[in-house]
Structure formats: C-alpha cells, structure tokens
Design a protein. Structure first.
Length: 322
C-alpha cells in the first residue's frame, strides 16, 4: 500500500489550525515551527501548508525541501510567501482565494457609506456634545473606480452596483469583465482616476504594482474623492498619500493595509481626521480560519488522489489565476 503524502504544517503542533485533523484522512501531517524544525523535518515532505510562518523561514530551509511539490498558503495574497527560488521552481502554489472576497467587499461598502454620510465627523461631534446639522452625499449615482479587478474587486463592484453606483475598472490589460464591464489598461490609470468619486485599490503586491498609487495618481483624482485600500500597502507611495490628504488633494482615505505593519505609532495617518486606519482585518470575519483550513483539507485530498488543485497561483505574476 502506498504511503500517504506528507505535509509539513508551518506552525506549532500545540496550536493547530482549526479543523485540520480532517485532512489526515488523505495525508500525513507534521508540524514545524521555524527554519530549524522545517529544515530538519522537511526532507521527506511532499507539501507544505504555509499556516503560521514567514517567507524568510521557508526560504532558509528551501534547500532541505527537495521533495516538495505543492505549497498551500493560508492567505489570498502571496507576496508574503514568494521568494526567487520558489518562483523559479516547478512547485505548485495554491492560496485561500474565495474566503475573503465577500467580507472585504462588505467592509469596502461600509467605508464608502461612512464617508458619504460623514460618519467620522458625526462621531467626533457626538464626543463633544455638539449638535451640528449638515448635508451628506448619496452613494447612488456616484462613481467607484476599482483598480485591481480580481475576485475582491469584482465582489465590491457587484455590491456597489446594487446600491446604484456606477463602476469603472483598471487592470493589467484591457478586457471585458462580466462583473466590472470594460476594464481599462493600467496605461490609462490617470485618465480613469480623474472620473472617480471613490477609488478602490484591490491590487496584489507584485513588481508591476509597487507604488502604482503615487503623487501623480492622487493628483489625478478629484479633490472630493475617497481612496480605499484593501490590496497591499506596498501598492501605495505612503508619503505621497499623506501629502495628498494634508493638501486636500483628496477628501479622505480608508486603509486596511500599510507599507509597514503594524503601522508605526508615529505615522501621521493615525491622527488624520479624514482617515480610517484598520489593522489589516477587513476580511477576518468570524469563522474565517476554519474556512481557510477547509480549502487546505479539500486540496490535500485532491493532492493525495492526483486531482487538479483549487486556487492555483501564477508565481511569476504573483497572484491567483482561474
């Protein structure tokens, strides 16, 4: 009888991912915390579950993982996993795509509503016991520009349209998307940003997307526009964003991701009245960990049976495909 594939789980055995024991119907599990344990226990591993570790640990142990054919990551983004030796290999990478799309889209709509209804000012005035009547803006009829038309961007677009918003999109290449409609190529980014009432950054972090939102991008937006980032902090030139907010070049920002995380205490973003700082949690709804593990369990069974895996990642492009 053929022995079941061995999967090394990055993390402490004393704190296993919730529900992972179900995978033992199809694969053997072994835990490794840190580079030394991974290098020592991974020589006969067929796969790695990138649950609780970092890229540097995996890269340092890579030479000892010669049998590994598959890596499953517990996140949707893969910028925290990929390193040159992995990208240059034929190891298959899969991610947790699909778990976070709808929760993040709900958070995005929540932020758009908060800014349109001027909720931050309302809360500030409440703390001062000040009764100050103001007019607010409608989301219906306003225009959302989605930059990064992947699953999260499409989910946000569907919800925005349900509220009567117009949606435009910018991606790597020009194409027609069933949820987003016409997608403009990145070369037309500034042109499309000029039409926005709200801008959603849902891009993965790759060499091609690093600091796409720079001073020129913020200058192209109307001064009434609100910028929302649920992609990656590295897609934004953060000093340029801070300058745009200080100068009134844009009206506000809702940020769940940052160039450095945790956001340093001395960052001006913390104290800006027109900024919402969220600690990289917009997709972490109750039960998300179990849903992420369920994808691994399903893929582990597929891997053991030699079937196609879910949620394939193009490691050279740096994001999920299909």
């Amino acid at each position: 009888m053929t022995e079941a594939p061995l999967v090394v789980v990055l993390g402490e055995a004393a704190d296993p991912p919730p529900g992972i024991e179900v995978a033992e119907r199809d694969v053997r599990l072994r835990y490794a915390a840190g580079t030394e344990q991974l290098a020592a226990s991974g020589a006969d591993a067929d796969a790695v579950y990138f649950w609780d570790g970092d890229r540097e640990e995996l890269a340092a142990a890579w030479a000892s993982l010669g049998r590994v054919r598959w890596i499953q990551t517990a996140s949707a983004g893969v910028d925290g996993l990929l390193f040159p030796d992995l990208v240059g290999s034929d190891v298959v990478v899969t991610n947790a795509r699909g778990v976070f799309d709808e929760p993040i889209a709900e958070w995005v709509i929540g932020m758009l509503l908060a800014f349109s209804t001027d909720t931050p000012t309302t809360l500030s005035l409440q703390r001062e016991a000040r009764w100050e009547h103001r007019e607010t803006r409608r989301l219906a009829g306003s225009r959302l520009v989605v930059v990064g038309p992947g699953p999260i961007g499409r989910a946000a677009a569907r919800k925005a349209r349900a509220l009567g918003m117009e949606v435009a999109a910018v991606g790597r290449t020009e194409r027609l998307d069933p949820d987003l409609g016409p997608v403009a190529p990145i070369e037309r980014l500034l042109e499309v940003l000029a039409t926005a009432d709200h801008v959603l950054d849902a891009m993965p972090l790759t060499p091609a997307t690093a600091e796409v939102f720079d001073a020129a991008a913020f200058a192209a937006m109307p001064s009434s526009a609100v910028f929302v980032n649920v992609g990656r902090g590295g897609t934004v030139d953060e000093p340029a964003l801070i300058e745009a907010l200080n100068a009134g070049a844009i009206a506000g920002a809702a940020l769940d991701v940052f160039a450095q995380e945790p956001l340093p205490p001395d960052s001006p973003l913390w104290s800006m009245p027109n900024v919402v700082v969220s600690p990289h949690m917009c997709g972490d709804h109750l039960g998300w960990e179990r849903e992420v593990v369920d994808i691994f369990v399903d893929n582990a069974g597929r891997f053991a049976r030699g079937e196609p895996l879910r949620n394939l990642v193009d490691t050279r492009l740096g994001f999920g495909v299909g």
